[in-house]
Design a protein around this ligand. Structure first.
Ligand code: HEM
Ligand SMILES: [Cu+2]
Length: 558
């Protein structure tokens, strides 16, 4: 199924640039996502500096007018979700782990995989170039609601919005190609002995995430193309004057947008589900329950979308059912979290850097989950809607998978990717600066939300309730958090680059883990395994009383 080109000598270009090897494509996605993460992080810094000193100029950027500010917010959100979370969590980790954890030589369709990355890179170029077109980048929010996004008269975005739409459509095409590859590979290329219930949990979650993504993206693609037509050829799908309806876009957007939260969340949870058992030396608690919970989450994620529209003018009778489904979806999510906590219970816990980030993911997500209940309930959402309470909530929900689980995964699989270890001391400094930074940024925002701070406002001082000493102090506190968080990523970058050149040699299985990727050499050669290993058991047999060693690899006969 894969190319079978192992023996031929390959040029640098075909080996590392236009490669069909899933590991190279994983690294390509990873590096592109990380570079975009730096761009998105810089924009976050610009936003926070502007809010702390609305009449001043942002060091390293200059002064912003209101349209520019909204463009910065829009592009920050867009980049973080579509060009950081998606390429890293969905594409990079799936590409790396699916073939390796199945003991396979590559993806089912390696050439489609290559086309997926290059389409994604093209979408990245289109998006980044939108900063430089006349009128600047899109400024109608990452949700791109019409009429804001439909006409330049409202949000200022001219060509920028068209570029934004093109970029999003291209990137979705890329992930559809990736998604079909992940699904087919998982179904077709499992080794002998590996039924669905011997799959590592991260593979399960990537499987569910890929299916959810593919099922949810169609309506938004259609909605985006209709918006493009409204803008470019003057149709009126969303224009009431022409018989259209702007709320239609909101439905199409969130029919995709809410499942998207789980497309990001599930792979993140999968990553830490691999790490917690290894560093507690215990089986994953409730494996089957977690599998069913992730499937239930995937299914239910399709019936909660209108909780984003409680005050958008939808029929009020619709609010109650959507409120109920929204609160209900916290049940399977809680099942996962409690199973993870039970995995830690009485384990021989070792706080390596990946383990710290894995536990940090759980801690932070708890705050995101709990505050979601206030927003899923119309009575409180009517007050909190569109305030900084929402901003704090969704960052507490998104940062755990996108930041914390990503770092957990990198520190954990870096030795497999590059054959060397990352520095533990730098890793721990990185963890604490990140953990402190995030909380200093987002805790004050809950309070600012209660004070009435609306989202996407360039100068809060224009509002009396925000022009107080207390509000201004909270505003500064949040900005100081960014000044801790962003420099706090330097130890990571140093460890990442230094590890590559001078990290300690890792060996095949530095963490004494059970899953098949640790059977391959580090880094695995093209084709990964001499032959596909046979599997004899599930992935989490740690500390079995009948064995001397406290791990039991999936491929050992006895
Ligand atoms: C580096 C840490 C981060 C900081 C300091 C930060 C800060 C902010 C701020 C201040 C806003 C503007 C809210 C407003 O005024 O409307 C914002 C918006 C947003 N952020 Fe972040 N953010 C960070 C990371 C992330 C991450 C990791 C994600 C997602 C993966 C994310 C997703 C978003 C989204 C979707 C928006 C909404 C944009 C919009 O309103 O259109 N952010 N962020
Ligand atoms: Cu939602």
């Amino acid at each position: 199924m894969s190319d079978g080109a192992h023996a031929h000598p390959e040029s640098f270009i075909s080996k590392y640039v236009f490669s069909v090897d899933h590991k190279v494509i994983a690294v390509q996605y990873l590096l592109t996502g990380m570079v975009m993460g730096l761009v998105g992080g810089f924009l976050a810094y610009v936003i926070r500096m502007q809010l702390a000193e609305p009449t001043g100029s942002v060091p390293g950027y200059g002064t912003l007018n209101f349209v520019e500010y909204n463009a910065v917010v829009t592009m920050h959100g867009t980049i973080m979700i579509f060009w950081v979370a998606m390429p890293i969590l969905l594409a990079a980790f799936s590409n790396l782990l699916i073939p390796l954890m199945l003991g396979a030589d590559d993806m089912a369709f390696p050439k489609l995989n290559r086309l997926s990355y290059w389409t994604f890179l093209l979408s990245t170029v289109v998006l980044v170039s939108s900063f430089f077109v006349p009128g600047g980048a899109a400024a109608g929010g990452w949700t791109s609601y019409p009429p804001l996004s439909a006409s330049a008269a409202y949000s200022g975005g001219h060509l920028g919005v068209t570029f934004w739409l093109l970029a999003v459509v291209l990137e979705f095409a890329a992930f559809l190609m990736g998604g079909i590859n992940f699904i087919v590979t998982i179904i077709n290329m499992r080794p002998r002995g590996m039924g669905f219930f011997e799959l590592p949990i991260v593979i399960w979650m990537q499987f569910v995430a890929a299916i959810v993504f593919m099922l949810s993206v169609g309506p938004l693609l259609a909605g985006g193309i209709m918006l493009l037509l409204d803008r470019v050829v003057g149709t009126g799908f969303y224009d009431p004057a022409a018989g259209g309806d702007p709320i239609l876009f909101q439905h199409l957007f969130w029919f995709f947008g809410h499942p998207e939260v789980y497309v990001i969340f599930l792979p993140g949870m999968g990553i830490i589900g691999e790490i917690l058992p290894v560093f507690s030396r215990k089986p994953l608690f409730g494996y089957r329950m977690i599998v069913w919970a992730s499937i239930a989450t995937g299914v239910m994620s399709f019936i909660v979308w209108a909780h984003h529209q409680f005050i958008a003018g939808i029929d009020p009778r619709l609010a109650t059912p959507f409120s109920i489904t929204t609160i209900m979806i916290s049940v399977p999510v809680a099942v996962m979290i409690f199973s993870y906590l039970a995995t830690l219970w009485r384990g021989s816990i070792e706080f390596t850097t990946p383990m710290l980030f894995a536990v940090g993911t759980l801690v932070l997500f708890l705050l995101g989950g709990v505050t979601g209940i206030h927003l899923g309930t119309p009575a409180t959402d009517i007050f909190l809607h569109d305030t900084y309470f929402v901003v704090a909530h969704f960052h507490y929900a998104l940062i755990p998978p996108v930041f914390m689980a990503f770092f957990a995964g990198i520190y954990f699989w870096y030795p497999k990717m590059f054959g060397r270890m990352m520095n533990e001391t730098l890793g721990k400094v990185h963890f604490w600066l990140t953990m402190i930074g995030i909380n200093v940024i987002f805790q004050p925002q809950f309070a600012l939300g209660f004070m009435g701070h609306q989202r996407r406002i360039a100068n809060p001082l224009l509002f009396d309730s925000l022009n107080t000493v207390q509000a201004i102090e909270l505003q500064w506190l949040s900005t100081i958090g960014v000044l801790i968080l962003l420099p706090g990523q330097i130890p990571f970058l140093v460890a990442f680059v230094r590890g590559f050149f001078s990290g300690e040699e890792a060996g095949a299985n530095p963490w004494r883990a059970n899953t098949l990727e640790w059977v391959a050499p580090s880094p695995p050669p093209h084709g990964n395994f001499a032959e596909q290993p046979q599997v004899y058991r599930g992935p989490y047999e740690y500390s079995r009383p009948d064995r001397e060693e406290d791990w039991f690899p999936q491929n050992l006969a006895s």
